[in-house]
Design a protein. Structure first.
Length: 316
């Protein structure tokens, strides 16, 4: 999910490069490798929808969100043995709420109410949202290439959602749009705040997951409670989402945010709808209309159009 913003913020005291938008020193090939690893995160999230519908207990989005965030966060805290200091207590809490505490429930609500390809493809508006937030927070303006790529992605979304034969739930659409807005804001704030000096990405990820999970757990237990029993499929689904789809995926995603322009990272998130759509085709027997195929092609084109790894290297 990447909007080509030329981030120019300088490093701030007590933190790593804050909003610099630069790839690490090295070749454009190295930048491409970082982008490829960062894309693993949203590609993994593309399997959230099929995992939710096929493996998790029905109609428990809050519980799914809590069990995805809190155990993974506590495991990372135990592994890294590092707690926030100073203003990073509230920064980690804000990012944890945006990335997990509020985002996850909305995500799972959308997964329960929309076809996977439709739900994840709504995230195609994220690059434009990142561009908008970047103007106010990072004080940078998106390039024409970024805006064009963002508009291409939005057209792809429209074709996938409005031309699809599956029924579209308005509440599910609203939930996914809200979730995408929160994640876009989190990307920009993460770019601005960077990472505390000497703190690993796993530790930073653990702080955010734990903060979001601590918000979600009491709400989930109060509003939904636990199912009468967990099946083996339920356990496998929660374990996959927590370990692969959260702890590992978000560590790679945050690494991409740190080392690449915010704009480029936001477009990488569009691998999410591609994987979700393919998962629906291969595992759920879903089909695509010609309009949806065209929309999917436009989404892929917008990702490729937005990537400018040579430019990212020059910013290093």
């Amino acid at each position: 999910m990447s909007v080509t913003i030329s981030d120019r913020s300088s490093a701030r005291p007590g933190g790593r490069a804050q909003g610099g938008g630069a790839a690490p020193r090295g070749s454009a090939k190295a930048a491409a490798g970082i982008a490829a690893l960062a894309a693993i995160g949203p590609a993994t999230w593309g399997t959230t929808y099929v995992t939710t519908t096929e493996l998790l207990p029905p109609d428990r989005p809050l519980l799914a969100a809590a069990l995805r965030a809190l155990p993974a966060g506590l495991i990372l805290l135990a592994l890294t043995r590092r707690l926030p200091r100073g203003d990073w207590w509230w920064k980690a809490a804000v990012l944890g709420l945006l990335n997990f505490g509020a985002f996850f429930p909305l995500l799972f609500f959308g997964a329960y109410h929309l076809p996977g390809g439709v739900a994840s493809t709504i995230s195609a508006v994220m690059p434009l949202l990142v561009a908008g937030f970047g103007i106010g927070v990072l004080k940078v303006r998106p390039t024409r290439r970024t805006l064009l790529a963002g508009l291409v992605g939005v057209v792809g979304v429209a074709l996938l959602v409005l031309r699809g034969s599956a029924a579209v739930d308005a509440a599910g659409i609203a939930a996914m749009l809200t979730a995408t807005t929160l994640m876009a804001l989190a990307v920009v704030l993460s770019k601005r705040w960077g990472r505390p000096e000497g703190v690993s990405l796993l530790a930073l990820t653990g702080w955010q997951l734990t903060a979001g999970g601590l918000v979600l757990a009491p709400v989930a237990l109060t509003a939904e409670g636990l199912p009468g029993h967990f099946t083996g499929a339920n356990v496998a689904g929660y374990a996959y989402l927590g370990i692969i789809g959260t702890a590992l995926a978000y560590a790679l995603w945050f690494r991409g945010i740190e080392r690449l322009p915010a704009s480029s990272v936001s477009f990488l998130g569009l691998t999410n709808p591609v994987v979700a759509t393919l998962a629906g085709l291969l595992l759920l027997g879903q089909t695509l209309t010609p309009w949806q195929v065209g929309g999917l092609a436009l989404v892929v084109a917008s990702v490729l159009l937005a990537q400018n790894l040579r430019r990212a290297h020059r910013q290093a």
